[in-house]
Ligand binder design. Structure first.
Ligand code: GAR
Length: 212
């Protein structure tokens, strides 16, 4: 049986960004959209937290924002279904998880297969999940970094698009390491989105090739 191949569309895209907090990655993606590095527009900034600082930034930048209170949806699937509805309504091509701290249910991941990305502050497949910098320091790894990957039902396990490495220094705290990694996140996330809408991401199984 031949392997299924996905090639990202070359087009002017519409992006939804999902955030839970300060939104610095979202801001960098929007900066790249504004200065023309990414051929797309941001059609929605969504948050599961009303007080997410990134939502305020999005409003100041004139972007449409939505907050949905998860407590009103006892069934997680219903919550995600509601997000999907909002995303579909706006003709979104790519969902960018940018510090979105809720796990998306398999139904969402299936519908947005190859159309949703996440940034994670470690070199996956090492240190998935939470408390990632603590893990890197406790393991004594010499190198950590960040990963942009496609979203799959298995958390932090989707095909890897881009990675960047940073040293882990002997006197690092979780905060100093996170700050060093964040500098790289701000470079590779906009870059991955740019490549996506240039039609340059080719996915075969779990491998992503960047086309010339
Ligand atoms: C980033 O460091 C991102 O990698 C991490 O949350 C932070 C969000 O910062 N995401 C995860 O840990 C996902 N598992 P931001 O709100 O300033 O973009």
């Amino acid at each position: 049986m031949s392997e299924e191949v996905f090639i990202s569309p070359r087009k002017h895209g519409r992006i939804a960004v999902l955030i839970s907090g300060r939104g610095s990655n979202f801001t960098r993606i929007h900066d790249a959209v504004r200065d023309g590095r990414i051929d797309a527009e941001i059609g929605l900034v969504f948050s599961n937290r009303e007080g997410a600082a990134g939502l305020e930034i999005a409003r100041e930048r004139g972007l449409e924002t939505i907050f949905l209170n998860p407590r009103l949806y006892p069934e997680k699937e219903d919550y995600d279904r509601e997000i999907l509805r909002e995303i579909r309504k706006r003709g979104i091509d790519l969902v960018c998880l940018a510090g979105y701290m809720k796990v998306l249910c398999p139904m969402f991941c299936r519908e947005y297969r190859n159309r949703a990305m996440n940034i994670h502050p470690a070199l996956l497949p090492a240190f998935p999940g939470l408390n990632v910098q603590r893990g890197a320091i406790d393991w004594g790894v010499r190198v950590s970094g960040c990963t942009v990957h496609f979203v799959a039902p298995e958390v932090d396990r989707g095909p890897i698009i881009l990675q960047a490495a940073v040293p882990v220094l002997p006197d690092d705290t979780e905060e100093t390491l996170a700050a060093r990694i964040l500098v790289e996140e701000h470079k590779i996330y906009p870059e991955a989105v740019r490549l996506y809408f240039e039609g340059r991401l080719e996915v075969r199984g779990r491998r992503v090739r960047i086309r010339d």
